[in-house]
Design a binder for this molecule. Structure first.
Ligand SMILES: [Zn+2]
Length: 380
């Protein structure tokens, strides 16, 4: 081998190493896992798995445009109905992820708190256990620690955990004072304002109709959350939509259905955006659930509370509570979630926190020893 030959061999070898190195580096280390947790306030499993309810379409107490609802959402087949109402859940999540809560398919998930309304439910989702002392929706700073707060205390997640909610009680539930997790919710405006989109959202927040005193429109919550994803790239984001519950309390089945459908479209756009973004693509889990169910008959579908909860909330005409409002649902999709569609079995709302930590490849029994166990059956 002469000198030139040697040089050629060395150069070729170097080139090969350079060509192979990045691939090896990429394969050796998995990208950091991220999480998007979403809740739709008070959406019934009956609509998620069965689509629109014919009894409610035909009940003139609740439906303003029965013809419109029937044409757009009603089909004889249960599978077709739910696909029309929640196209993202039933095309993407059902084929690439899991859904829990179809009681007609032996799939059950229930709240374990004894109240069956919002603050107790969100506390259970985020802390992994029910606290009997949380017995109202009042703006009380939560004494319990959420998994968001725990993550914000870990170096890799510090200042990369954000929360957005339509209901103005979320800063208290997440205890933003103590946890340091920024919570943008209710009628507060974005802080700090640093993008054209958040400036515009601040403006429309002030201009938009105030349908309820403590819940803003979900499109505003969604806008702030998407802006944060695009510009701040949080590792963990919690987005809490709220319209569905309030339209249901208002007794408007049209608007409840419309809000549920629009939220599904937001989730579709969110998932497609995550899969197009190099930071989130293929390493982000999306989990979707609800804080409570609702009544399971036309007379009580607008409401939700246990017997004890009805006393606490002062619902005088439901002394025995609202049966069925402890029944919830859960859906997930992501790199560590099995692609099995509807899973049979029994689970609890209190298992969501540990499942969220496990999806981030963390050990929930070490980080949250007091929380209920993760839903290992849907993880891999
Ligand atoms: Zn409610």
């Amino acid at each position: 081998m002469n000198f030139r030959h040697q040089e050629l061999v060395v150069t070729t070898a170097l080139l090969l190493v350079l060509l192979l190195l990045p691939h090896h580096a990429a394969r050796a280390e998995e990208p950091a896992a991220n999480l998007v947790l979403v809740t739709l306030d008070g959406v019934r499993w009956q609509e998620v798995f069965g689509g629109i309810d014919l009894d409610l379409i035909e009940d003139e107490r609740y439906a303003n445009s029965p013809a419109f609802l029937k044409e757009n959402y009603w089909r004889e087949q249960r599978n077709e109905r739910r696909q029309l109402l929640f196209p993202f859940l039933w095309s993407v999540v059902a084929s690439q992820g899991v859904l829990i809560g179809d009681r007609e398919q032996e799939s059950f998930i229930d709240v374990s708190n004894s109240w069956w309304f919002s603050y107790p439910g969100y506390n259970e989702i985020l802390t992994g256990s029910a606290d009997p002392a949380i017995d109202s929706n009042a703006r009380n700073w939560n004494r319990n620690v959420t998994f968001l707060e725990i993550l914000n205390g870990i170096k890799e997640f510090k200042n990369h955990v954000l929360a957005f909610g339509s209901w103005d009680v979320f800063p208290y539930i997440i205890n933003s004072q103590r946890s340091g997790v920024p919570v943008n919710s209710g009628f507060t405006i974005a802080s700090p304002v640093n993008t054209a989109k958040s400036l515009w959202l601040n403006e429309i927040s002030a201009d938009a109709p105030m349908l309820w005193r403590s819940v803003r429109l979900d499109l505003i919550t969604n806008g702030y959350a998407m802006d944060a994803l695009e510009n701040r790239h949080p590792r963990v984001i919690y987005i809490a939509y709220g319209e569905t519950d309030d339209f249901a309390h208002d007794g408007s089945y049209d608007r409840y259905i419309d809000a549920a459908h629009r939220t599904d479209l937001m989730l579709s756009k969110l998932w497609n955006w995550l899969q197009a973004d190099p930071f989130y693509r293929d390493c982000t889990t999306l989990m979707i659930s609800t804080d409570h169910g609702r009544g399971n008959t036309p007379d009580v579908w607008t409401r939700h509370a246990s017997a004890a909860g009805a006393v606490k909330l002062g619902i005088a005409d439901a002394p025995d509570g609202v049966p069925g409002s402890d029944q919830i649902w859960f859906a997930a999709i992501g790199p560590h979630i099995k692609a099995q569609g509807i899973l049979r079995g029994h689970w609890k709302q209190s298992q969501i926190a540990a499942t969220a930590l496990a999806s981030l490849q963390l050990d929930p029994t070490r980080l949250m020893p007091q929380a209920d166990r993760a839903m290992d059956e849907l993880l891999h």
